[in-house]
Design a protein around this ligand. Structure first.
Ligand SMILES: [Zn+2]
Length: 291
């Protein structure tokens, strides 16, 4: 029988105990740091990204946005990039994104809309609108290490754009770039750039799947910009402050913090406070191995 996951509580049951204990440990650390919210006043750009807003996470997204709005101005992904490149960060800013294009991203967008917060949704064109359950199950299990979930269709992607959100590329089928040959990477970049711009128009942002530096390469970085994308994002934690002098878009290495709404709020805040505390101009650049 076709069965799609739709509750975070059910997801937790499919994951090992380690995930839960990890979250609990960090929540405790977060509690001890709660008094350090003063760091959130540091002018900076924080990118925050999610994957899902399941039914039982909707209230949590609302609560998080309420909390974050006390310390930050919400800006679009595009504006966030511009502020870093030009060095015009004059207060604490936050911008949202979401990876993998799950159907519940539509609900995320509706909640973001209530706060006039616009996000960038990084999608895999190869799975958008897929209705074959076995294909979805295979993709989720083998590629995302996730139970089967529904994905957005193209009409829903258009709706996100209509609401003022941006669409970005996350490769055709969630490719681990570090494990692929140059030709496959180059072909995938050009194909996704062409498809997304035909379907959506104005697509220029890229976020590589899995997101850690060891999932990427200098070849991948070159292929992203050669294909026409103008930004490239990681899932390495950190925030951005003004560079010493304006920097070029191909030199900007976007850091994004991964967040699961089901986590304890103190845990989420811990990461953001920690980023602000350790803010550095070095975060704007790639490590030497990506030159
Ligand atoms: Zn992803």
């Amino acid at each position: 029988m076709e069965k799609f996951l739709n509750r975070y509580e059910d997801l937790k049951r499919t994951k090992s105990r380690t995930l839960r204990s990890y979250a609990r440990d960090l929540a405790l650390t977060g509690l001890s740091l709660a008094a350090s919210e003063k760091y959130l006043a540091i002018p900076r750009v924080q990118f925050l990204y999610i994957h899902h807003v399941f039914k039982d996470e909707e209230k949590r997204l609302d609560a998080l946005l309420k909390k974050l709005s006390k310390h930050h101005q919400f800006i679009t992904y595009n504006d966030a990039v511009e502020k870093i490149l030009k060095g015009t960060i004059d207060k604490p800013y936050i911008t949202f994104s979401s990876d993998d294009g799950l159907k519940n991203n539509l609900r995320a967008a509706e909640i973001l809309n209530e706060y006039n917060a616009k996000a960038c949704f990084f999608i895999n064109p190869g799975i958008i609108g897929e209705t074959d359950y076995e294909k979805i199950k295979r993709f989720c299990t083998q590629t995302l290490d996730f139970p089967p979930v529904e994905f957005l269709n193209w009409d829903e992607v258009s709706k996100l754009q209509h609401w003022g959100h941006e669409i970005g590329s996350h490769t055709m089928m969630h490719m681990n770039i570090a494990a692929q040959a140059e030709q496959q990477i180059t072909e995938d970049m050009h194909q996704t750039y062409r498809i997304l711009n035909e379907k959506c128009g104005g697509v220029k942002h890229f976020a590589f799947p899995y997101g850690r530096f060891f999932h990427f390469s200098a070849i991948g970085r070159k292929a992203v910009f050669d294909a026409g994308f103008t930004t490239c994002a990681t899932a390495e934690r950190g925030c951005h402050i003004n560079p010493v002098s304006p920097i070029s878009n191909i030199d900007l290495c976007i850091r994004r913090d991964h967040t699961v709404l089901g986590w304890d709020m103190n845990h989420i805040m811990y990461f953001l406070i920690n980023n602000a505390k350790h803010a550095s101009v070095n975060n704007n650049f790639y490590p030497a191995s990506f030159k």
